[in-house]
Ligand binder design. Structure first.
Ligand code: GLN
Length: 214
């Protein structure tokens, strides 16, 4: 299994470190050639407008869209979710063109407002036992999801973890939580049936990952 991490801007190193902890080969994706041979792709948090521009300057936008349409499993976190959404607005309801438009959902950037810019909340995630530590940093709010979108976790009645086919997206940062279970679950369930985690992958209960803010 080879997992890519979109490394144009933002918290890509933290995803890499989780993959290292899980014993999964990771490559940083900066140009179209880096998409070759990937079994999965992580799209990190950061600044979605910046990453969106860099998708154009790097020439990655179209090949990435094509790879995702062809079934490349992807997991976008925070800004990564914004890039994947097909309806993006800011807090004063101004729409911006979707970067990749792969998930049928409407998101409001920085939707929690200044009062709650960053916070942590225990999340009940469908299929994961006990609480999952949700680290939210200038997070988007998902206002609507289409019929093809499965909601795996909610917070304050809004979806915070969704999937549409092989594309998963979270408004929070599992890569900053110290809990590897969501990465592990995505890699197991979200990737092709043939893909399996290498033996000796870290036990989620025992493993730790870096806890750092973007
Ligand atoms: N607020 C950022 C944006 O709109 C996302 C924040 C994050 O990824 N932590 O792109």
């Amino acid at each position: 299994m080879k997992a890519g991490v979109l490394a144009l801007q933002g918290a890509f190193r933290e995803h890499r470190e989780v993959l290292d902890a899980l014993g999964v080969e990771a490559v940083e994706v900066r140009v179209p050639e880096h998409l070759g041979g990937l079994d999965a792709l992580f799209m990190p948090g950061g600044e979605s407008t910046t990453i969106g521009k860099l998708l154009d300057t790097s020439g990655l936008r179209e090949p990435l869209q094509a790879a995702l349409t062809d079934g490349l499993p992807a997991f976008g976190t925070c800004a990564g979710l914004i890039l994947l959404a097909d309806d993006v607005r800011d807090a004063v309801d101004v729409a911006s063109p979707p970067a990749l438009g792969m998930i049928d959902c409407a998101v409001v950037r920085n939707g929690y407002g200044r009062q709650r810019e960053s916070f942590e909340a225990g999340l009940a995630v469908n299929g994961i036992e006990g609480d999952f530590p949700g680290v939210f940093i200038r997070a988007p709010v998902v206002e609507r999801v289409g019929d093809a979108v499965e909601v795996l976790a909610t917070h304050d009645e809004h979806p915070v973890l969704v999937r549409q086919g092989a594309i998963w997206a979270a408004t929070f940062h599992p890569e900053l939580s110290g809990d590897l279970r969501l990465h592990q679950r995505f890699l197991t369930e979200g990737t092709a049936a043939t893909a399996t985690l290498p033996t000796g992958a870290a036990e989620p209960e025992l493993a730790t990952a870096p806890k750092e803010k973007t």
